[in-house]
Write a protein that binds this ligand. Structure first.
Ligand code: HPA
Length: 278
């Protein structure tokens, strides 16, 4: 198992070394993980430097429609950032150490703050598709954790505190910037399910009873690993649809991508304003 840790650390460090070489002297300060249909922000960076996942030796590939597979480094105003256009999900068959490899790599690159975005189903009945939700907290309904296994001692402690997994100041900043832009944000609890099926109506009633406001298939493992390493995390969900059973209509990935596309402008404005203030 110790050997496994050594191999994993080498995987992270080799990936980071390749990216560092490609970036030249560019030093990102903030990472932004772009969820389903939300990748357009990366195309607006100034002086962009793309790094395709496929070009990074040994790096996993993105397999989901609507997810490109690259890092794009560049500037939002004066802020040097690195975006992920496309992430890895547990439902793709990757183990959770692979799913969270990019977060480890970003930390190795010297990034200490991360914005995690996603498309999510609305569980809270006061939400409507197109709403943006600040993640205040999460519920992990998968029974899985990327931190199971021998602790990666050099990177963080055995027992990670999640009492403020999502940074209080960053959450307040998101609300403030949205208000300055003339809209408001929802806030709530994101519930992680493995997918790849959408949930059943009974599961969604359960999630609501448990205190979940939104449901999705990503973000939580990345947040856990970021907190393991002491990174500051902001989570933003785009409510792309009402979760199963709320409306009398089936759910589809097309609906998710279409709603995400419609809120691109609002989403982009928010993330750009927040990024510059972080
Ligand atoms: N459930 C799970 N994941 C999702 C959903 C949903 O309704 N919408 C977007 N991602």
């Amino acid at each position: 198992m110790q050997y496994e840790n050594e191999r994993y650390i080498k995987w992270v460090e080799d990936s980071a070394a390749y990216i560092r070489r490609t970036l030249g002297g560019f030093q990102p300060e903030l990472a932004i993980v772009l969820g389903s249909g939300l990748g357009g922000l990366a195309d607006r960076l100034q002086n962009p430097i793309p790094v395709e996942y496929a070009d990074i030796p040994g790096f996993p590939r993105s397999t989901v429609a609507g997810h490109a597979g690259r890092f794009v480094a560049g500037y939002i105003g004066k802020k040097p950032v690195i975006c992920m256009q496309g992430r890895f999900h547990y439902y793709e068959g990757y183990d959770l150490r692979t799913v969270t490899l990019p977060v480890r790599v970003l930390h190795a690159l010297g990034v200490d703050s991360i914005i995690l975005t996603n498309a999510a189903g609305g569980v809270n009945l006061s939400f409507v598709p197109g709403d943006l939700m600040v993640i205040d907290d999460h519920i992990n309904l998968t029974g899985q954790s990327p931190l199971i296994g021998p602790n990666l001692e050099g990177w963080g402690q055995r027992f990670t505190d999640l009492s403020t997994a999502y940074d209080k100041e960053y959450r307040a900043l998101a609300h403030q910037k949205a208000a300055e832009l003339g809209f408001s944000l929802q806030s709530g609890v994101y519930t992680w399910m493995t997918g790849p099926t959408y949930e059943t109506p009974a599961e969604i009633r359960m999630v609501r009873t448990l205190g979940g406001d939104a449901v999705g298939m990503s973000t939580v493992p990345e947040a856990m690993v970021a907190r393991h390493m002491g990174m500051r995390v902001l989570g933003i969900s785009c409510i792309t649809n009402m979760a199963a059973g709320i409306l009398d209509q089936p759910l589809s990935h097309e609906e998710v991508s279409e709603t995400a596309g419609k809120v691109t402008e609002k989403f982009t404005a928010l993330i750009e304003a927040v990024a510059q203030a972080i």
